[in-house]
Design a protein around this ligand. Structure first.
Ligand code: 8YV
Length: 322
């Protein structure tokens, strides 16, 4: 009998996922959910045949270059893989996979929460009630932006973008989108395609960001882009902070050009986000919890394990990205 492969699991995963890991592999688990340093990851890689990391592990070219030769695969517990230098992994013959599809519903839920929370001033109102600052009511009190029937602009109409657009249609929103390629009619579902971000922006009363963080999308939502939005637009980001130029967004939130923003992801997250966001009333801020539901976290873990099962059975994994 051949021995089971050893998997270095970098974070605490759901019980059901860890049970399957323990059944099918020699799993190096992280019961206390310690955030490993790059040095620790490199050291532990000597004992493992594959890694199962999250986006909290920054697998730079330097780190990947120093991983043990034993490591055959990096099976991410995430759909985004901007935390992994895929070119470096490829150069070392390390297979990289992600977990698409299974977190689209959960992330779309958070996008709707952010849209409504931002547009309807939920953080501000919540703070007022909690702090006993709510003293009066008047017709002018806490008036926000109505989203029903407005234009919902999507940057990046992949799996999450498509589900989010579907949910936005529940608010009778008219969906516009930019994507590198136009979707077929079924997936487009009546949405208006724009072949450039510049064309999309004037049509986005709500701009929802769903593209991955790549060198091409870094700072895509900058001052020039924001200027092209309708006055009083709402910006929602459930993708990656890197797509947004924080200084530009904060300036637009202060001037009122952007009425409000709902953000689940940030440059420098978790501890080093732009301090300017903390003082603004017209932002609705969440700590990167787009996929944080019990159902989805299990599904992400199982999907990562499906990929590892394929790799160690000598098959092509379903979600190979490098
Ligand atoms: C995950 C995410 O929670 O999957 C992604 O890309 O951004 C999140 O929803 C996280 O990345 C887990 O590693």
């Amino acid at each position: 009998m051949t021995s089971k492969p050893t998997i270095l699991v970098t974070r605490k995963l759901p019980d059901a996922v860890e049970a399957r890991l323990a059944r099918d592999y020699n799993a190096i688990l992280n019961p206390h959910d310690k955030l490993y340093t790059p040095e620790e990851l490199i050291e532990m890689s000597a004992k493992a045949d594959a890694m199962l990391p999250c986006h909290s592990e920054h697998l730079t070219a330097d780190v990947i270059g120093k991983l043990s030769d034993r490591i055959k695969a990096i099976a991410n517990f995430s759909v985004g893989y901007d935390h992994v230098d895929v070119a470096a992994a490829k150069a070392r013959g390390i297979i990289v996979t992600n977990t698409p599809d299974v977190l689209s519903d959960a992330t779309a839920e958070i996008a709707m929460l952010l849209m409504l929370g931002a547009a309807r001033r939920a953080s501000e109102g919540e703070r007022l009630v909690r702090s006993q600052g709510w003293k009066d009511w008047s017709p002018a009190f806490m008036v926000g932006t109505q989203v029903t029937g407005k234009r919902f602009g999507v940057i990046g109409m992949g799996r999450v973008g498509q589900v989010t657009a579907k949910r936005a249609r529940g608010f009778d929103m008219d969906v516009h989108y930019y994507n590198r390629s136009r979707l077929d009619a079924t997936r487009e579902a009546g949405a208006t395609y724009h072949d450039s971000v510049d064309s999309l922006l004037p049509n986005a009363d709500v701009l929802s960001i769903h593209c991955p963080a790549t060198p091409e999308t870094k700072g895509l939502v900058n001052a020039a882009a924001i200027e092209k939005l309708p006055d009083g637009a709402v910006i929602v980001n459930t993708s990656r902070g890197a797509v947004v130029d924080d200084d530009a967004l904060i300036a637009a939130l202060k001037s009122g050009k952007v009425a409000a923003a709902g953000l689940d992801v940030f440059n420098g997250e978790p501890v080093d986000i732009h301090p300017g966001y903390r003082d603004l009333q017209n932002v609705f801020l969440l700590p990167h919890i787009g996929s944080a539901t019990r159902e989805t976290r299990n599904a992400m873990g199982f999907r990562a394990l499906d990929n590892l099962d394929a790799i160690f059975a000598g098959r092509e994994p379903g979600d190979r990205v490098a």
